[in-house]
Design a protein around this ligand. Structure first.
Ligand code: NAP
Length: 258
């Protein structure tokens, strides 16, 4: 369901612009669709450009190749976007489920680069334009991994804990300026997340969601679109959203009786 942008949040004679990172699949793509349906001009960024171009055509948005782990790529996007009111820092994910004993440096570095440094770089690059809009809003797609831990999850939970700290710090630093900061922290959402985590092992990825009803990307897009369409005096600090069948990262019930 689309939302309505409150009159006070609409720039004169133009649609407000939203930049969504990691929009080539899952939560980012669903968010781009819902924001477009709600009246935003959406700029979609990710590395897989063909997917982005198809999405941009579908929603009447703009596709921009983006690797949030690459400072030059972030700069390029920031230079191309003239005005921006909403930034959704969604690009990221997990790689591997190895115990700390078997941790691979490159996996941890990749997770930190996208989930933490990427969100910091995007925020820093777009902050002047977000502020100039008079109604800036930065949304972090965090995770319950930002405040819970589980065996094998240390690389990912460390990155999401760090991203959460960045979001909480920004909320303090931006106080008094025309900028809102929100974190949406989902539990289990069925997207390409597990396929990426298990390096393309689709059988293993499918098992994660077996016997329960996970969230879908649209459920998270709904939280994001709701938060960014509240009147501007309202700052939704955080939304934690899980499937009913999941009470904590490692606490799920499968084949739940309805
Ligand atoms: P997904 O379907 O795998 O989507 C991840 C997106 O991030 C893709 O569009 C990917 O695009 C993009 N991405 C990854 N690294 C990037 C980089 N360096 N630069 C630009 N884009 C990058 O998974 P998802 O579930 O939608 O994940 C979206 C966010 O939700 C992530 O931050 C994830 O940690 C978070 N989250 C997911 C779950 C879940 O259970 N699914 C739960 C809590 C939080 P390209 O590969 O094309 O660049």
């Amino acid at each position: 369901m689309a939302y309505e942008i409150p009159l006070g949040l609409k720039p004169a004679g133009a649609k407000p612009v939203a930049v969504v990172t990691g929009a080539s699949s899952g939560i980012g793509a669903a968010t781009a669709r819902l924001l477009a349906a709600s009246g935003f001009a959406v700029v979609v960024g990710a590395r897989r450009v063909e997917r982005l171009q198809a999405l941009a055509r579908e929603i009447g948005g703009t596709a921009q190749r983006l690797d949030v782990a690459d400072p030059a790529s972030v700069r390029e996007l920031a230079e191309r976007v003239a005005d921006v009111q909403v930034l959704v820092n969604n690009a990221g994910g997990a790689i591997g489920l190895e115990a700390v004993e078997q941790a691979r440096d490159e996996d941890w570095e990749t997770m930190y680069a996208s989930n933490v440094l990427g969100a910091m770089r995007m925020t820093r690059a777009l902050l002047p334009k977000l502020e100039r809009s008079g109604h800036g809003h930065i949304v972090f797609v965090g995770s319950i991994a930002g405040f819970e831990v589980y065996p094998g999850g240390a690389g990912y939970t460390a990155a999401k804990h760090a991203a959460r700290a960045v979001r909480q710090t920004l909320r303090l630093e931006l106080l008094g300026r025309p900028l809102r900061v929100t974190e949406v922290a989902p539990g289990m959402v069925e997207t390409e997340f597990s396929a990426v985590r298990f390096r393309g092992d689709l059988e293993r990825a499918k098992k994660v969601y077996e016997g329960l009803q996970p969230l879908v990307a649209d459920d998270i897009a709904d939280c994001i679109a709701w938060a960014v369409t509240r009147p501007f005096h309202v700052n939704v600090d955080e939304i934690v959203v899980r499937p009913r069948a999941q009470a904590a990262a490692g606490q799920v019930v499968r084949r739940m009786v309805e």
